[in-house]
Design a protein around this ligand. Structure first.
Ligand code: GDD
Ligand code: MG
Length: 369
């Protein structure tokens, strides 16, 4: 079976991270996010993958190449304008039309058993099968109501609270028969969620409920939570093995000075330097080649690769993008995001979900709330 991965979205809710890096390439525990999707496909016996791309396609292509490093054959198709989720799949029809195929949203971290989903689809002889997952707040998703036999009785994208009659939502993974292509108009914007699925209700569309781990990483809070879940091994990923019994994972040679403290769970990238009197953890992911000076604390946070924290910096529940640096005594907390290559000089307090644009310089002592 072949798979299409949808990665054409702009990832607006993850800005400024996605201003310089497309959402599928934003690192999760120091690896491009979508590499977890590829690993899962390979582990379930899928051998051919088509990336349906739009926004910032080049980084994806150059990283995954022909896919052989992942044991997959990878093909790339770039839209010249966004075609929507179904339009994007119609656009790659020639690569997958020779049988049933998988479609995956590219921003989901899950350990869903794809084999069971495919077996269920076959047992129902379904035209399409949607993986379903329970969530507390369905309003950000596609609400899917099914009958006892699993047949979909209703599909409603982004429902309002008064429309909610189940906690099951579209988990962003589908198995489809090729006849679904006949329902998608070519060359224009069209959506599975608002077009194809509502049309297929009562006509062979099934839902497959899974209680596997599931997370759409598309917002900063969810992106942080996905890291915490990897650190606590709430989700089975290729990183789980590296996190030893002590829940410390060193991804290569690390220079840890005597007197530097690691509080698990933590993941430390290759080539990091952590000075005496610094504390990293609990819940910290540090990208390759970061320097953390004495007296600094990193908790419940992500530093992407090549970041520098000078002395006595506090980073708490925040994200610092690649190559950014923070000066002495600055506090970064409360869901703040510092964009790629930005420089926050000393003696600032950045909190309250503030987002700093890539490359910006914040002068010493200029922000204090
Ligand atoms: N190629 C291409 N072209 N890809 C696209 C396009 C497009 O025009 N628009 C969106 N995508 C990709 C995104 O990159 C993402 O991987 C996926 O399609 C879903 O888009 P999102 O923008 O992340 O949608 P959402 O999270 O609001 O909702 C979708 O996912 C939910 C599960 O997380 C819907 O499928 C919901 O029904 C679902 O519950
Ligand atoms: Mg999404």
């Amino acid at each position: 079976m072949k798979a299409v991965i949808l990665v054409g979205g702009q990832g607006t809710r993850l800005r400024p991270l996605t201003l310089t890096t497309p959402k599928p390439m934003v690192p999760l525990a120091n690896k491009p996010f979508v590499s977890y999707v590829l690993e899962r496909l390979r582990d379930h016996g899928i051998s051919e993958v088509v990336f349906s791309m739009g926004y910032l396609p080049d980084g994806i292509k150059s990283y995954f190449g022909d896919g052989s490093d992942f044991g997959l054959k990878v093909t790339y198709v770039t839209e010249d304008r966004p075609l929507g989720t179904a339009g994007a799949v119609k656009n790659v029809e020639e690569y997958v039309r020779d049988g049933d195929f998988l479609v995956l949203n590219g921003d989901i971290l899950t350990d869903l058993d794809l084999r069971s989903l495919i077996d269920y689809h076959n047992s129902k002889d379904a035209v399409g099968t949607i993986a379903l997952t329970p969530v507390e707040d369905p309003t950000a998703y596609g609400l899917v109501r099914t009958g006892e036999d699993g047949a979909v009785l209703g599909f409603l994208e982004k429902p309002s609270w008064d429309q909610i009659n189940t906690n099951l939502i579209n988990a962003g993974t589908y198995v489809l028969k090729s006849e679904v292509f006949d329902l998608i108009p070519p060359g224009r914007e069209y959506s599975f969620e608002r077009g194809v699925f509502p049309q297929l209700v009562g006509k062979g569309l099934y839902g497959y409920r899974s209680d596997s781990y599931w997370m759409d990483i598309g917002t900063p809070e969810k992106y942080l939570q996905a890291h915490y879940d990897i650190l606590e091994k709430n989700v089975e990923t290729s990183v789980s093995d590296c996190l030893d019994q002590d829940f410390v994972c060193m991804q290569g040679e690390v220079h840890l000075e005597a007197g530097a403290k690691l509080v698990p769970p933590v993941i430390i990238g290759e080539g990091c330097v952590i000075k005496a009197g610094a504390r990293v953890g609990r819940m910290a992911i540090i990208g390759a080649g970061c320097t953390i000076e004495s007296g600094s604390v990193v908790e419940e946070s992500i530093l992407q690769e090549g970041c520098t924290l000078e002395e006595n910096v506090v980073v708490r529940h925040s994200i610092i993008a690649r190559g950014a640096s923070v000066g002495k005594g600055t506090i970064v907390a409360g869901g703040a995001i510092i964009g790629e290559g930005a420089r926050v000089e000393g003696d600032n307090i950045l909190t309250n979900h503030v987002r700093i644009y890539p490359g910006t310089v914040i002068r010493e002592g200029s922000i204090k709330f």
